[in-house]
Ligand binder design. Structure first.
Ligand code: UDP
Length: 237
């Protein structure tokens, strides 16, 4: 099947990806690997912005379960995403990719505040923009942030980098006969509660006609391959 070329994309990186093979925190080698994926995509002329998660450091839901007030725990989770954003900025700049971090929670001495028009300008100039601190509001996730920023930035697709190569009808790690979908409708994902992204993120993408491309970011060269229509992925549209 021929797939459309997406010129401007948003890449969603969960905290879990940046953890590499560890159980917690940030793996510099993994940040470098992911940075090279982004550099390759840039090299093919794609404009790339990134939303990073924070689950490798702190998740609001887990914090609330441990006894913190939910909103405070969510702010802690958002601060975790800022650390991941700085790690990715560092990894990208070490390999010569100009990068800006914009935070939804203003942090003047660390990075820029989120300003949509400025972010668009950075992308037009070929810089990679990393969006940190989620939406800036508790009770949201970075999946929803990714859908929101993709819409705001006029992205043609949201690329969700995971550790599996698409969406399956069962867990491929547990069910050997599980089948991967090539394409899926938004309605099906929501009706069957398929774990692509959370429901609010999927609904936001559906309402704004932004396809979600689920692919394995751990396979070397895969982002550029999927962008070229060659790699393995599932498109939700
Ligand atoms: N978070 C939030 N509002 C947002 C985005 C994130 O409160 O708009 C908090 C929330 O506590 C979440 C944490 O930041 O658990 C880290 O984000 P997420 O769990 O989405 O990261 P990922 O699963 O992608 O690593």
């Amino acid at each position: 099947m021929t797939r459309p070329r997406f010129n401007r994309i948003l890449l969603k990186l969960s905290g879990e990806v940046l953890m590499g093979s560890g159980q917690f925190g940030i793996d510099p080698a993994m940040c470098d690997r992911v940075a090279r994926e982004i550099k390759a995509a840039r090299g093919e002329g794609h404009e790339v912005c990134v939303v990073v998660g924070g689950g490798n450091i702190f998740r609001g839901v887990a914090g609330a379960a441990a006894g913190f007030e939910r909103a405070s725990a969510d702010y802690m989770g958002m601060l975790a995403t800022v650390m991941n954003a700085l790690a990715m900025q560092n990894a990208l700049e070490q390999i010569g990719v100009e990068t800006r971090v914009q935070s939804a929670i203003p942090m003047a001495s660390v990075c820029e505040p989120y300003i949509r028009r400025r972010a668009v300008r950075h992308m037009e100039k070929g810089r990679v923009v990393i969006f940190a601190a989620g939406t800036g509001s508790p009770f949201f996730t970075t999946d929803t942030t990714a859908a929101l920023r993709a819409a705001e930035m006029g992205c043609e697709a949201l690329f969700k980098g995971t550790s599996v190569d698409g969406v399956y009808d069962a867990d491929p790690k547990k069910v050997p006969t599980a089948k991967r979908y090539d394409t899926l409708g938004f309605g099906r994902v929501l009706a069957d509660d398929l774990k692509v992204m959370d429901a609010s993120a999927v609904a936001l993408c559906r309402d704004n006609n932004i396809p979600i491309v689920v692919f394995n970011i751990r396979d070397e060269g895969n982002l550029a391959a999927v962008l070229a229509g060659e790699g393995v992925s599932t498109i939700v549209q």
